[in-house]
Design a protein around this ligand. Sequence first.
Ligand code: UDX
Length: 443
Amino acid sequence: MKKVAVIGTGYVGLVSGTCFAEIGHQVICCDIDRRKIDLLKSGIIPIYEPGLEEIVSSNTELGRLSFTDEIGAAIQASDIVFIAVGTPMSATGEADLTYVKAVAKTIGENLNSYKVVVTKSTVPVGTGRLVAQTVAENRPDSSVEFDVVSNPEFLREGTAIADCMNMERAVIGATSDKAAKIIAELHEPFNTTIYITNLESAEMIKYAANAFLATKISFINEIANLCERVGADVTEVAAGVGLDSRIGAKFLQAGIGYGGSCFPKDTEALKHIATQNNYEFKIIESVIDINHRQRLIMLDKIKEALGSVQGKHIAVLGLAFKPNTDDMRYAPSLDLIPALLEMGATVTAYDPVAIPEASKQLPAETEYGANVYDTLRGADACMILTEWNEIKEMDLTRARELLRAPIVVDGRNCFSLQEMEELGLAYYSVGRPVVRTPEHAVV
Ligand code: UDX
């Protein structure tokens, strides 16, 4: 059992802190946001993540997990301190290290015994060294030693607990063998592959992994766009390509591009790191451009389906950047709904959980439906932006009856072409032939 402090109770900090408690360690999760800590202490989870509330509550009851805004005291009481604060995208695309630097200073000021300082936040290569320097400069007693480790997090929102409890690998980039051993021991109960590297490699692994996954998505989206022009079906192409074990079937789902808290930020940050090091990272620049373009392709499709969007009523299903989260960061809906409104459409939108978050960010004239069917009633077309199960499993016969015109523009390939054809729904998806009905353009 190790004594761990996790600073920052966002997705990464809260989930990994809770999972470390779940495998038996003593964990204090800290945040400067008093309101957040008060909520957590009373068992309320400030983010939507399936299963998190239960596992937080059981570990709190067992006394293995606690919350505090007294960060200094938590650091002093711990042997391992995780930095899990945000590294948002700055105006130039660079990762903003303000919070990481502030936490490193606080750790230095409270360094009362040997500690391993671990960066979980996604940080540019070289940040570990900066953290080490900041801790060293701020410690009250320069004879007190510490080590710095980079231990990037690979969890996905929506499946964060399962990803963390069954992690495929723990990457540990350490400044000493002693620290690498301590962090490897911390991960032992996860029964995962431990991969030890130097500090810089671990920092780079996180960016390289996210950039590669984003590349897979932009690549399959380009194949999808080409499929549409040659009569191929991208779902068949992806499945056929994915059978090659060197490629793999995962992350080849064509759609309206990636969003969320990681891929947009990390691809931009990697591009920035390259530029700063006088290197033109051409692939990542294209991946970013393709991702922007892919969202806007939805507007071409709705225009093709409706002739003009002006004066039309569009039902938008799905607002979050992906299912099982209320996270709206870089969600395609944030680009597409304002564009539809600007083109003169009216929009009624629905999402199973993200409406409270979305309504803070979408234009005020956006209306919201109470459920899928309420949203579809009387609309001139339906546009699908997130592949929630509730949306994939909707009763299409009922949907057809509720829509004023039987048109579905689907950015996530939720339905089979045959099914839509049989039901008489005009269906525009991504990278697949259009299903037309004789009357669909007449509204
Ligand atoms: C991602 C990484 O998967 C995770 O390892 C990292 O730590 C954080 O970033 P997350 O952003 O939670 O996780 O979601 P993920 O499920 O990876 O999806 C990211 C985006 O890619 C979503 O917008 C999703 O819709 C899109 N996507 C994913 C596709 O368009 N096609 C795919 O085949 C897969």
